[in-house]
Design a protein. Structure first.
Length: 80
């Protein structure tokens, strides 16, 4: 599929040089970069879903010790 996108000049030049050095078409550089980006996004979503499943099954509430630690460490470091 053909498409048109606007990208910063420095990224365009870097992709041009990369394609020339490797002897591959520029479109292949962009296609591979986008494929990697999409795979990374899907991986992040899967990780988030897995962590959410674990948190739903595990008691994540703080006991008195945890609440006291949060007051000493987390709250003073937080901006209000």
């Amino acid at each position: 599929m053909k498409t048109a996108v606007s990208i910063p000049d420095r990224i365009f030049e870097a992709a041009e040089q990369y394609a020339r050095r490797r002897g591959i078409p520029r479109s292949q550089v962009y296609a591979e970069a986008l494929a990697r980006f999409m795979a990374e996004q899907e991986s992040d979503e899967e990780l988030t879903e897995a962590l959410n499943r674990v948190c739903a099954e595990v008691d994540t509430s703080l006991d008195e010790f945890g609440r006291a630690a949060a007051r000493r460490v987390v709250l003073p470091a937080s901006e209000w």
